[in-house]
Design a protein around this ligand. Structure first.
Ligand code: NAD
Length: 486
């Protein structure tokens, strides 16, 4: 296939103003930590140091939780739903106004292509605030009373911990519903991607959000663990790996804390022989190479019907040769940088295991930049269900291909992982889509598309992909109670 040559089209970074160092956002202000521990956040595409970030300790977390409690017991708790909604609308509009700034900052800190942060992450983050703003004054009519007849009430102070793959978007999935329902929050972004959360703190100031309603504390996993364990936190909302999710569930067992856990995935993208093959190939590419495969619901296992497998793989390889890997700030880039050296090491380790276990590896021919963290889009064929690359989340641009003959075999293979977050079905037959969707143990099932997100649609997992839902009316359930609040 002819490959077009593109002139460089870099987005300007002049729109962002990154400070040399950042404190913590507690009680409506940026404050210094009580300790002196810091770390650097770097740009994964160049390894350039972007800023010095504070690692919050226990005393800082205590201050943040107390600030959130004061806001909950004070001004925020006294507001009507309609008034809370106004703040959420204001935040949504500011996110739209500052969208370019957020997109550039996200791409610098995360390594994802600017066209994705510009066209997906930031618009969806704003959409989450708009959507939940609309719920704030309608909660009594949302069927959230659980049969008690009592109006739903906020839970209190929510401790929220998020990963690095969609930093601002995961923040909005957490903060928007929590605030709409009347809670206050302490949120910890990932160590490798704190900058858009810190810019969001400025948005809270710009929106005149009452002090303490949103607190942002930066740090490592240790900071997250302290937040989870703090006795003043009423509810935990966590998105991250299944391993850490299990730790969290263990650490809060026996307490009165509630939790929603959004964890890992190993989704099957299932292609039948009657599917529109070129369309399916686009869906496979979007399913696993969008955001470098750093997507919890990525279609990381391709299940393709045996009689079309050779054709699908041939077209897929041809398509992958046209993907442009490189500078994430270039508007023509399709595949950006791997988020961290640690994540790159994990991808390399698991792909070596795939080869050692006998699968056949093919990587798209592309020149990897010398600096930064990079991994070429890669496909493994000849994968069996027992292979680690068919069972474990690689969280990178790596696709494991398996085949099947009958719909029953496709279902059995699709469900044969510890996870159950998402799945995709490609077929012309509506009845087959409905039958498959019914059989698949996955929280989200896409038909003839993949990786489509909308704030109105609940998202969440089965099995080791976690519990609770985010988005839609169901997502609000995790942020209200019909019992007395503390
Ligand atoms: P991670 O579990 O290592 O870290 C997630 C967050 O938890 C980070 O902020 C981290 O600092 C913090 N943390 C680490 N150890 C902790 C502890 N013991 N207690 C409390 N907090 C702790 O995950 P990651 O590498 O940042 O993100 C990738 C993972 O996230 C993947 O497994 C992916 O599937 C998952 N994810 C799930 C969803 C979903 O909605 N289901 C969405 C995005 C990502």
């Amino acid at each position: 296939m002819a490959k077009f040559e593109y002139a460089p089209a870099p987005e300007s970074r002049a729109v962002v103003n990154i400070r040399p160092s950042y404190g913590l956002f507690i009680g409506g202000e940026f404050v210094e930590s009580t300790g002196d521990s810091t770390f650097k956040t770097i740009s994964p595409s160049s390894e350039e140091v972007l800023a010095e970030i504070t690692e919050a300790g226990e005393a800082d977390i205590d201050l943040a939780v107390r600030a959130a409690r004061r806001a909950f017991d004070g001004p925020w708790g006294r507001l009507s739903g309609a008034e809370r909604g106004k703040y959420l609308f204001r935040i949504a509009r500011i996110l739209q106004e500052r969208a370019r700034e957020f997109a550039v900052l996200e791409t610098l800190d995360n390594g994802k292509p600017i066209k994705e942060s510009r066209d997906v992450d930031i618009p969806l983050a704003a959409a989450h605030f708009f959507y939940h703003a609309g719920w704030a004054d309608k909660l009594e009519h949302a069927g959230l009373s659980g049969g008690s007849g009592q109006p739903p009430r906020p839970i209190g102070v929510v401790g929220q911990v998020i990963p690095w793959n969609f930093p601002l978007l995961m923040l909005s999935w957490k903060i928007a519903p929590a605030l709409a329902a009347g809670n206050t929050v302490v949120l910890k972004p990932s160590k490798t991607t704190p900058l858009t959360a810190l810019l969001f703190a400025e948005v809270c100031q710009q929106a005149d959000l009452p002090a303490g309603v949103v607190n942002i504390i930066t740090g490592t996993g240790r900071t997250g663990a302290h937040l989870i364990r703090h006795p003043g936190v009423d509810k935990i909302a966590f998105t991250g790996s299944t391993e850490v999710g299990k730790d969290i569930a263990r650490s809060i067992a026996g307490t009165r804390k509630r939790a929603t856990l959004e964890l890992g995935g190993k989704a099957a993208n299932i292609v039948f022989d009657d599917a529109a093959i070129d369309q399916a190939v686009e869906g496979i590419v979007n399913g696993i190479f969008f955001n470098q495969g750093h997507v919890c619901c990525a279609g990381s296992r391709l299940l393709v019907q045996e009689n079309v497998a050779d054709d699908v793989i041939m077209r897929l390889k041809r398509r992958l040769q046209t993907l442009r890997l490189g500078d994430p700030m270039d508007k023509n880039t399709d595949v950006g940088a791997i988020n961290s050296a640690a994540q790159l090491a994990r991808i390399r380790e698991l792909t070596s295991v795939g080869e050692a276990e006998g699968a056949t590896r093919w990587s798209a021919p592309c020149v990897l930049p010398e600096r930064g963290f990079w991994f070429a889009p890669t496909i493994f064929t000849g994968v069996s269900q027992a292979h680690r690359i068919a069972q474990e989340e690689i969280f990178g641009p790596v696709l494991s291909v398996l085949t099947f003959r009958t719909p029953q075999e496709a279902v059995a293979k699709a469900n044969n992982t510890p996870y159950g977050l998402s799945a995709g079905i490609w077929t012309e037959k509506g009845s087959r889509i409905l039958w498959m969707a019914d059989q698949l143990r996955a929280g989200v099932v896409w038909a003839n598309t993949f990786n489509r997100f909308d704030p109105t649609s609940p998202f969440g997992g089965y099995k080791e992909s976690g519990y609770g839902r985010e988005g839609g009316r169901h997502g609000l359930e995790g942020y209200v109670t019909t019992g007395a609040t503390r």
